[in-house]
Design a protein around this ligand. Structure first.
Ligand SMILES: *Cc1c(COP(=O)(O)O)cnc(C)c1O
Length: 386
């Protein structure tokens, strides 16, 4: 199916009055004609419209579209991206199991494995993941799950999805990938052999910085298992209105992603010429060490990149951040707007190497305005008296 068919009409049939925009089913419960229908629903909550903690028609439209976009059988929306990450992993783990997870995964994902799951006696090994051997070498008899995020947060390291997935399949290890950065428009890990894809839909899927949501996508059998365990027990269900906001955002994801990529490549062309930029971290930057792999497993890159500043003082980082006018100082990313996030704002450690890193989200503004904003910030930064 063509992507625009998935985004614009697929899974939208069957609503009364043939509305063009999908209705928001703002209801917690559904009623039944008789005992028999009621009983059938209670005994198969995964498939039934019984209670909106489990299934809601507005959310279902989005779930079907996201499954189709990722070329998978099924999907389940969650109240947040981290709820999706936690459910997709915990549903396949028990006490005594071991996980191999990439270093520099999203912060709360790292904490899930390094702290939270420790309480339940799940062990973890963190690996760089650039070389598939990182996963292979660290596999133990009790390894049950590989957690991937390609590219990784802030550092933009890639994993070779085909090779890691092949090894995992042969060894009965579940693979879960966080595909938030690339979006289903640019990367489809399930086609490459990965079992489960998670997204923070708060980013590009919503696309307008107005909703927090997540999704798990995979085989129907796996989604059913997650539904019957972590999904229903922890209950991080999305509301019908939030699901509808995702649907509204999704309508344009294909054009938005194209715009983010074009603008980002233009901004990188400029950043390359700035002496104060020591390094640019972006998989589709031709000097990225894994550029070839990026082109092999992704169709394009989104609007998020990092740079490392060549500076002598934290004051430089602070002035750079404070001078920006169009780039707003905020966490998260994936909306239409440009944002800046200095790593140094996450700690009080002074000017460490990592604190020279700045994350930029390149939005859909005119790229000339963005470049001008950056030029001003670099100039102000250079003038700081040390
Ligand atoms: C934001 C983010 C998450 C967490 O998603 P929430 O919707 O904020 O819970 C997970 N993974 C990545 C890569 C993210 O950027």
């Amino acid at each position: 199916m063509d992507i625009t068919q998935i985004l614009h009409s697929y899974a939208e049939e069957g609503f009364s009055y043939n509305p063009v925009s999908v209705p928001i089913y703002e209801t917690s419960i559904f009623s039944f004609k008789n005992f028999e229908e009621f009983q059938n629903s209670l005994l198969n909550e995964f498939e039934a419209h019984l209670y909106s903690r489990g299934k809601n028609p507005t959310a279902e439209v989005v779930e079907k579209k996201l499954a189709a976009l990722e070329k998978a059988e099924d999907a389940k929306l969650f109240a947040s991206g981290i709820a999706a990450v936690s459910a997709a992993t915990m549903a396949f783990l028990k006490s005594g199991d071991h996980v191999v997870c990439v270093k520099d995964a999203y912060g709360w994902t790292s904490k899930l494995f390094s702290q939270y799951l420790k309480r339940f006696d799940v062990q973890v090994t963190f690996v760089e993941g650039i070389d598939p051997e990182d996963f292979i070498k660290n596999t133990k008899p009790n390894t049950k799950l590989f957690f991937l995020e390609s590219p990784t947060t802030f550092t933009f390291r890639l994993q070779d999805l085909v090779q890691v997935a092949n090894f995992a399949r042969q060894n009965n290890i579940k693979t879960v990938i966080d595909n938030t950065w690339a979006t289903p428009v640019f990367q489809n890990p399930i086609e490459l052999g990965i079992d489960l894809v998670v997204h923070s839909a708060s980013k590009y899927i919503g696309g307008h910085s107005d909703v927090v949501a997540g999704v798990v996508i995979g085989k129907k059998e796996d989604i059913r298992h997650i539904f019957n365990t972590e999904f229903m027990n922890i209950g991080a269900t999305i509301g019908p209105f939030e699901a509808w906001l995702l649907l509204r955002g999704l309508r344009t994801i294909h054009v938005r992603m194209q715009g983010h990529m074009e603008n980002t490549l233009k901004v990188i062309e400029y950043l390359q010429t700035v002496p104060e930029v020591e390094e640019i971290f972006y998989p589709f930057y031709s000097k990225h060490p894994q550029y070839e792999l990026a082109k092999k497993q992704m169709k394009g890159g989104s609007g998020l990149l990092s740079i490392k500043l060549n500076v002598k003082s934290l004051e430089n980082v602070i002035t750079f951040t404070n001078t920006l006018k169009i780039f707003r100082r905020a966490v998260s990313w994936g909306g239409y707007e440009s944002l800046v996030m200095p790593y140094a704002a996450t700690n009080r450690d002074g000017l460490t190497e990592k604190n020279k890193m700045i994350r930029l989200h390149i939005g859909l503004e005119n790229p000339d305005l963005l470049i001008n904003d950056l030029q001003n910030a670099f100039q102000a930064m250079k003038k700081v008296k040390l």
